[in-house]
Write a protein that binds this ligand. Sequence first.
Ligand code: 4HQ
Length: 221
Amino acid sequence: MKIDVLTLFPGMFAGPLDESIVKRARQAGLLDLRIHNLRDYAHDRHRTVDDRPFGGGPGMLLKPEPLFEAIEALAGEQTRVILLSPAGRVFNQAVARELAQQTALLFVSGHYEGFDERVREQLADDELSIGDYVLTNGALPAMVIIDAVTRLLPGALGDDESAHEESFSQGLLEYPQYTRPAEFRGLQVPEVLLSGNHAEIARWRAEQARQRTKERRPDLM
Ligand code: 4HQ
């Protein structure tokens, strides 16, 4: 998969996408990730990318010319162009699975009060939010989504990591888990997990997952 990111803060992307599973996916050629500075597409010597809203009001907007030129330069026929903003549909695991099927993604990370509406109308295929809170810009949302999508690319997870994906994708929260020692500071691991009875263990785990989900995240049930 090819992923391009258009941002005013390319420096924010150094680090989170250079570790762990995303790093390995990039090295293996499963993910071709490129970060682009929106300022490189500005027209003037001050590299201006923002301007005041018509009609007045607080804050600045990303002006259309640099965004149009950048997106037209970076997006191919197959590219899904995605704006990050709190007004988007809310990202979740189902959206991650949908994006993991695409050939190419271009994330456009907003800043200030957002985008000139013509960018939305003419260039965006999709608009996503990572949740109902306000961030300073769309760089972290872009990284969150890239992380969640990358681990779904075929071959991105090792065998141990894939086994884990199965249990979460049942749509419930995880059951409680324990490792050695069986007693730690007087705290015992539940007897059933030491029993060796695999059918009974599977039943116990399913019930724990159900109870925990009902208690903490009834919206998932
Ligand atoms: N922002 N999910 C404002 C977000 C956000 C979110 C990005 C802040 C866009 C203009 N983006 N800029 N939550 O809060 O995606």
